[in-house]
Design a protein around this ligand. Structure first.
Ligand code: ATP
Ligand code: MG
Length: 322
């Protein structure tokens, strides 16, 4: 990918301090997001996807320690004060969570709650201004302004999630992060909401980061993908080449676990084994204990990211050495 990065992560590490040791949830992450980019971050549950994104936005629990750089508009987001960060969150970088739809209160109309959020970022705004701003966006997610007069219990999960997506766009952010934003929805609604995410990616001048364990969602909505495993980046590249020609044995296993991505396959192979304990610092490749191709070097030496093409990177000892 050429062009300037909109958001550039350099050696980002996140550790959670616990009574029994530190959980190393994101390690030495280097990743760029470009203008009009749709980047998917994919990996099993517990691989550190949310930790990485929320660490950059300072939305993690107090026991998290984030180090490294996340350069946005020439500023390092890591280490900003809460006040400085508040000026960026929502206005510049907004987030839609899996559980966003549960965050509405049952006792106020939707429009009142949207107004409350709107005022936090624009204290002088009137209710009419807030209503107009959200109405403009409801169409993008296939809703009408009828929902503004309704209460949370009168709306389905899919409708509430759509309102959250509309709300994420209200200040024209540069980046929207979707963290498992469609996971809690039924399959049909998920398909519709994915369609709407695609539409907003196309029609708004916004870059997106879509976090999911489902690589088929990435295949449908993203142009680039970063594959995470146990807190490490395994492979990054254009979605088409990563899916067609995955270079890391982990990505290969992940893709063959989704039969819809490989036509003609009836057996789901899966990846034997489970995620390692993230409290143990790894000397070699973190995937070595589960890797079908493991050799001595994998247990002893951390593989560095290597370029297959200028856009496609992989952290595996065997890439380019066969
Ligand atoms: P999922 O797909 O389930 O959302 P994920 O890839 O987003 O998973 P994270 O939620 O980032 O994974 O979690 C990464 C690791 O960090 C997990 O082992 C998790 O248990 C651990 N973790 C998350 N929050 C904390 C915390 N506050 N304290 C200690 N460990 C934590
Ligand atoms: Mg998560």
């Amino acid at each position: 990918m050429t062009g300037n990065a909109l958001l550039s992560l350099k050696n980002v590490n996140v550790g959670y301090k616990t009574l029994t040791g530190t959980v190393y949830a994101a390690n030495d992450i280097n990743l760029d997001l470009y203008e009009s980019d749709a980047l998917g971050i994919v990996g099993e549950s517990g691989s550190g996807k949310s930790t990485l994104a929320m660490g950059v936005l300072d939305l993690l629990a107090d026991n998290a320690k984030v180090t490294g750089e996340a350069i946005f508009n020439g500023k390092n987001l890591i280490g900003l004060s809460e006040k400085e960060m508040r000026a960026i969150r929502w206005r510049e970088i907004s987030v839609v969570f899996q559980k966003s739809m549960n965050s509405f209160s049952p006792v106020y109309k939707i429009s009142e709650q949207i107004y409350d959020i709107y005022k936090v970022h624009k204290p002088s705004a009137t209710r009419a201004e807030s209503d107009a701003a959200i109405t403009r966006l409801l169409g993008v997610v296939n809703l009408t302004d009828r929902v503004l007069n309704m209460y949370q219990h009168q709306l389905s999960g899919g409708m509430l999630q759509r309102i959250c997506i509309a709300l994420s766009l209200i200040f024209d952010p540069k980046i929207v992060v979707f963290d498992e934003a469609t996971t809690a929805l039924d399959v049909v609604t998920q398909g519709q909401v994915i369609g709407e995410i695609k539409r907003l990616q196309r029609d708004f001048n916004v870059s997106s980061i879509l976090i999911t364990h489902d690589i088929s969602v990435v295949a449908e909505t993203c142009n680039r993908v970063a594959v995470m495993y146990a807190g490490y980046l395994m492979e990054t590249g254009p979605v088409r080449s990563v899916i067609k020609e995955p270079l890391h044995p982990y990505t290969q296993g992940l893709i063959s676990s989704f039969p819809t991505l490989e036509t003609g396959k009836t057996m789901i192979r899966g990846i034997p084994g489970t995620l390692p304990n993230l409290k143990n610092k790894v000397q070699g490749c973190v995937f070595a204990p589960r890797c079908p191709r493991v050799k001595d070097i994998c247990r002893n030496e951390r593989p560095l990211q290597r370029s297959a093409t200028p856009e496609h990177m992989v952290a595996c000892h065997f890439f380019g050495r066969e």
